[in-house]
Design a protein. Structure first.
Length: 173
C-alpha cells in the first residue's frame, strides 16, 4: 500500500473565486505543481477531494465540472505532476436543488471521498497527507484516519498544523 496526497481543489489547487467552473476563472496557486511533483517522486498517489456545492445549487452542471477537471488534469500532466483521480461531491443537504439536495457521506467534513480513494487504490492512510483550506477538509482527513492534515492559510502566519505556502507541505511527505 502506498501513501497518498489528498488535495482540496478550490483554495488549494486554484484561487477560490467562488464556484469556479470555467477555465478563464481558474487560477493555479503558486507551488501546487511542485508539491505534486515532489509527492509523485516520493511514490505518493495524488487525489483531489472536492465539495462542489455549485452543482448542487444549480450554478453549473456536472458536465461543466468534468470539462474543467479534464483540462485541469491535462495541465497537471503537462507539468509532470499527474493526478491519479479527482473525487467530488455534487450534493448539499440544505441548498441542493432537485436530486442534488441530499445529505451525502461524500460531502466533507465526512470522509467518504477519502475512504473511496482508499478502497479503490489501497492507500496507506496513516502515512498519507491531506492539504485543505477549510476546517471541514481537516475534519474529513481526521475522520478518515489520514496521518497528517495541514490547513493551508497563505494570509496567516504558520502554526502547528497550518501552512502559509504549499511547498511547506512537501516537508511532510
Amino acid at each position: 500500500m502506498r501513501p497518498a496526497l489528498f488535495l482540496d481543489r478550490d483554495g488549494v489547487i486554484n484561487v477560490d473565486h467562488a464556484y469556479v467552473h470555467r477555465q478563464e476563472d481558474f487560477e493555479f496557486i503558486d507551488g501546487i505543481f511542485e508539491l505534486v511533483r515532489r509527492a509523485r517522486a516520493a511514490s505518493y498517489r495524488v487525489f483531489v477531494v472536492t465539495n462542489q456545492a455549485g452543482i448542487a445549487r444549480g450554478y453549473y452542471t456536472e458536465d461543466d465540472f468534468h470539462r474543467l477537471t479534464a483540462w485541469m488534469q491535462g495541465r497537471f500532466a503537462a507539468e509532470g505532476a499527474a493526478i491519479d483521480r479527482v473525487y467530488f461531491c455534487p450534493f448539499h443537504a440544505e441548498h441542493g436543488v432537485g436530486r442534488y439536495k441530499l445529505d451525502s457521506p461524500l460531502r466533507k467534513p465526512r470522509p467518504g471521498m477519502i475512504l473511496q480513494a482508499t478502497q479503490e487504490f489501497g492507500v496507506d492512510l496513516a502515512r498519507s497527507l491531506l492539504v485543505g483550506d477549510m476546517v471541514t477538509d481537516i475534519q474529513a482527513g481526521e475522520a478518515a484516519g489520514v496521518g497528517r492534515n495541514l490547513l493551508f492559510r497563505p494570509l496567516e502566519p504558520p502554526a502547528p498544523g497550518r501552512i502559509a505556502s504549499l511547498l511547506e507541505a512537501a516537508d511532510y511527505l
